[in-house]
Design a protein around this ligand. Structure first.
Ligand SMILES: Nc1ncnc2c1ncn2[C@@H]1O[C@H](COP(=O)(O)OP(=O)(O)O)[C@@H](O)[C@H]1O
Ligand SMILES: [Mg+2]
Length: 282
């Protein structure tokens, strides 16, 4: 197991030309080009480019307020941008199935539907037959192994259980990309470890491309194949790092030398960015 040293920005995936001779799995799935977004007078993003690899987990990490949520919200179509282009395998968002897991699970589920009906909902919406819906539910239950009754209503479930249901619902239609914005930040540690592990298991089973915003560096590195380190605003990619520890990763991975090296490097980039902004007039 090893963590590759960080890749300098110039050599990064973001600028790599698409090589048609590469197998599809090696090419970027999401291409973000010239993305610009301004709130008020100060630009948050100005000509931002990034490629997000296929069949990989990509973590987005950066200082508070640098625009992590805004970035995935723009890419996932939840927020408009001023200029630029986002393509999924060359297709527009409308032609792509995506899933999104919100930080605030409390507002994410339909309170009047049982957990299981929340998970069924996107499948019914997509016009799947009853048999197909139930088959998919069985698969999801096998992958996530919820330890509670899915016939309960959201208010009868703990926060962690609700977030697990949100993730199952987001994955139900077999999205090409799953976006997660700090999905564990409101959960207790035990539940966080459990769901992270289930998520990794689903990734191993399905190879679903995942884009995860996290403010927890351990988590951002532990789950990811690629870690996107962002600067303060106007936000750029400070560095793209790879972390290639074999999966399944477990608690032991957290104390592996490769993990420690990768994390220390990410932390040094992060601190450099934070210090820059403290010293500089805004
Ligand atoms: N809808 C909005 N209107 C005005 N400003 C916003 C809006 N959403 C985000 N911002 C600003 O954009 C910046 C980045 O926000 P956000 O993407 O939530 O950061 P992060 O997720 O990295 O903490 C912040 O300064 C925030 O105040
Ligand atoms: Mg955020």
């Amino acid at each position: 197991m090893s963590a590759l040293p960080a890749v300098p920005r110039e050599d990064a995936l973001a600028d790599a030309p698409v090589d048609a001779t590469l197998p599809p799995s090696a090419r970027a799935q999401i291409t973000i080009r010239g993305l610009s977004k301004t709130f008020g007078d100060a630009p948050l993003y100005e000509g931002f480019d990034l490629d997000i690899p296929r069949r990989a987990i990509t973590s987005i990490f950066g200082p508070n307020g640098c625009g992590k949520s805004t970035l995935i919200n723009m890419v996932a179509g939840l927020m408009p941008f001023d200029r630029g282009e986002v393509l999924f395998d060359g297709k527009t968002l409308r032609q792509t199935t995506i899933g999104y897991v919100f930080q605030n699970y409390r507002d994410a589920l339909f309170p009047w539907r049982r957990a299981i009906d929340n998970i069924r909902y996107p499948l019914k919406l997509a016009g799947r037959s009853k048999v197909e819906v139930e088959r998919r539910i069985e698969q999801l239950v096998a992958s996530f192994q919820p330890t509670f009754d899915l016939n309960r209503y959201p208010y009868e479930l703990s926060g962690g259980q609700q977030q697990l249901v949100s993730i199952m619902r987001a994955l139900a239609p077999e999205p090409e990309v799953l976006f997660l914005d700090e999905p564990f930040s409101a959960l207790d540690y035990e539940m966080t470890l459990f769901i992270r592990d289930r998520l990794q298991q689903v990734f191993i089973e399905t190879g679903t491309t995942m884009v995860l915003v996290s403010h927890d560096l351990d988590e951002a590195v532990w789950l990811a194949d690629t870690i996107v380190l962002l600067t303060r605003r106007p936000t750029r990619v400070a560095e793209l790092m790879r972390f290639d520890a074999p999966r399944p990763r477990d608690i032991g991975t957290l104390t592996d030398a490769g993990f420690t090296v990768a994390k220390a490097h990410a932390l040094s980039v992060f601190q450099r960015e934070v210090r820059k902004a403290e010293g500089a007039p805004r």
